[in-house]
Design a protein around this ligand. Structure first.
Ligand SMILES: Nc1nc2c(ncn2[C@@H]2O[C@H](COP(=O)(O)OP(=O)(O)OP(=O)(O)O)[C@@H](O)[C@H]2O)c(=O)[nH]1
Ligand SMILES: [Mg+2]
Length: 288
């Protein structure tokens, strides 16, 4: 891309399970952030850059407001897209944390994405925008269903309108602000959510121990820390088949990101109750 005319940053916020990660993956057409029906899947902010047709947007997926509230993270955004479950409009828009966020960020425009529109009967979908408008004043309201791709082009266009005129912010091949090491970690987490029961996936931390080159392949050795002894056997599976399956899925995603072959060496460890231990959370780099 040569002639960027609009470029900037867009934050995705919302309460647990409102569809933020499904949104960043859909908006940037890249599976970069784990998305799952279990609450609190996103443990760290994740960036994914969209570049096309004179627009460059660095999207920021965030942990749910009800688990990690940090407006400072969002102060530099050009726009925020707040995801609200279409079946919980009043409850989520009137949530004290969302009200607080609006007060803390008076200068950042907030557009509303009403997610899960597919869960509403067709005859009620038209009333969604009215329902939001009656509760508060937002510059734009866009009904979406990220897993099906519905409404995403419109939402991206709406967010592009808030991007300042700017020169190109990121090189053409830059897809995220994170290190490759971090992105591989998140690919392993995505694969955990693909194959394990959600509660076990959610309580498994991924920590990379070695990130090197061996025989011209990226070699990654990572520990999967489960929070309970009883989960270890589930993650390994019969004769190691589950662990192998996790490694295969993660390798496909990770080698696309790294654009080179990858050998993923996974080990399962028990770190009893790490999810409630602040020191463990810090060690793994998780904010919640
Ligand atoms: N049917 C349907 N499912 C959706 C929609 N949006 C998200 N989902 C699903 O809902 C679940 C939760 O979505 P996530 O994207 O993980 O939600 P989140 O807000 O990032 O969740 P946390 O990170 O835990 O706060 C996932 O299984 C998604 O595939 C939607 O519009 N329709
Ligand atoms: Mg998420």
């Amino acid at each position: 891309m040569t002639d960027i005319v609009k470029a900037g940053y867009a934050g995705l916020t919302g309460l647990s399970n409102s569809g933020k990660s499904a949104l960043i993956n859909g908006l940037t057409q890249r599976k970069i952030s784990p998305s799952c029906s279990h609450e609190g899947t996103t443990r760290v902010p994740v960036t994914s850059i969209y570049s096309d047709r004179g627009v460059q947007i660095c999207f920021l997926d965030t942990p749910p407001l009800d688990r990690f509230y940090d407006p400072s993270l969002l102060r530099t955004m050009d726009v925020i897209c707040h995801a609200v479950n279409s079946r919980k409009i009043s409850e989520q828009l009137q949530d004290p944390l969302f009200r607080r966020l609006r007060r803390d960020l008076p200068d950042v425009p907030i557009v509303i994405a009403t997610t899960f529109v597919d869960h509403l009967p067709h005859r009620l979908r038209g009333a969604l925008i009215n329902q939001v408008t009656m509760l508060d004043d937002f510059p734009e309201i866009v009904p979406v269903c990220p897993p099906a791709g519905d409404g995403l082009t419109r939402l991206r266009d709406v967010m592009s309108d808030f991007m300042p005129r700017s020169r190109q912010l990121f090189p053409d091949n830059c897809t995220s602000l994170h290190s490759e090491r971090f992105l591989v970690c998140e690919q392993v987490r995505i694969s955990l959510f693909n194959v394990l029961p959600p509660d076990i996936a959610s309580n498994t931390a991924v920590q990379i121990e070695e990130f090197s080159i061996r025989d011209e392949k990226r070699y990654v050795r990572a520990n999967l820390h489960v929070a309970r002894h009883s989960s270890k056997g589930v993650v390994i599976g019969r004769k190691g088949t589950m662990l192998q399956h996790i490694a295969e899925i993660a390798s496909i995603g990770a080698s696309k990101i790294l654009q080179r072959p990858l050998y993923l060496d996974l080990w399962v460890k028990v770190r009893e109750s790490w999810t409630s231990n602040p020191e463990d959370l810090r060690e793994f780099g998780y904010v919640c």
